[in-house]
Design a binder for this molecule. Sequence first.
Ligand code: UDP
Ligand code: MG
Length: 310
Amino acid sequence: MQPVFSVIVPCYNEEEVIRETHKRLTKTMREMGEPYEILYVDDGSRDDTAQILRELSDEDANVRAILFARNAGHQSAVTAGLDYATGDAIVIIDADLQDPPEVIPLMAEKWRNGAQVVFGQRKKRDGETAFKKITASAYYKILAWMTGGMVPRDTGDFRLVDRKAADVIRGMPEHNRFLRGMFAWAGFKQEAVLYDRDKRFAGKTEYTLKKMLKLAADGIFSFSMKPLKFITLLGLGFLGISGILFLILLIALLFGGGSGLWWIAMLMLLCTGCVLSALGIVGEYIARIYDESRGRPLYIVTEALGFEEN
Ligand code: UDP
Ligand code: MG
């Protein structure tokens, strides 16, 4: 039967939680009373996750599993889920029960009322280190500023998206994926559901600092050209200061003052300013090449009225 809901669960070394996750997800999805599929994506786990997923798919007709040949990363696992999901509404949820499945019915209700992307926004983060809380909060502020407020704060990938929005994301071939940014960029009718993020049920996080930094960089560099603009601004700033210094030194020269050291300082500022401005100009071209090479769609149609259905 064609499922209404698809639930994508990316899993990497989650042998300790996956059965519990399956139990809780199944309970929630059953209570919602509509056909559903749970799509587990094993991201090249080195423990027994794949074996457990094989068993689950034998036991439960609602289970589908995709097994990766190697670890490709969380964002790639979710992307595969989007490619294989067949439901009208697609839920993305972590395997470790940090995102409570019980929030899904609230998301579905907003979807029924017309929202096309319902993202979970974290009220509280339980059981996370002070380091994670502080860096996450600072990062979301910087990201919001860099992207002109496009990416909502304190949202991860826990969300429910309409098929239409999912299809747009599937049509974006970029490799350095920051899905929450891509959904924000795509637009559509977006709504938030506030929730408390729980502790990890068992096991340990596989999001290493390195993976986290890569994700953070993708968020900024894939959705903001501001870093390139800083170079130009810095260059122009240096040129401006060297210009002012030049005038001051000229006046000082008229009155017989101004040491050679100041002239050297002025020349250094001039040179640095020229180099940085030139880099900024090169950066503008690179930004355009980057923009073209990502191959993002120029526009996204949410409805076309008065056309024949085919
Ligand atoms: N995950 C994945 N591939 C990875 C790392 C993590 O698919 O390389 C999955 C993991 O199984 C979980 C989700 O991504 O479902 C979030 O990971 P984790 O809980 O380790 O990260 P945290 O919650 O600490 O940010
Ligand atoms: Mg987690």
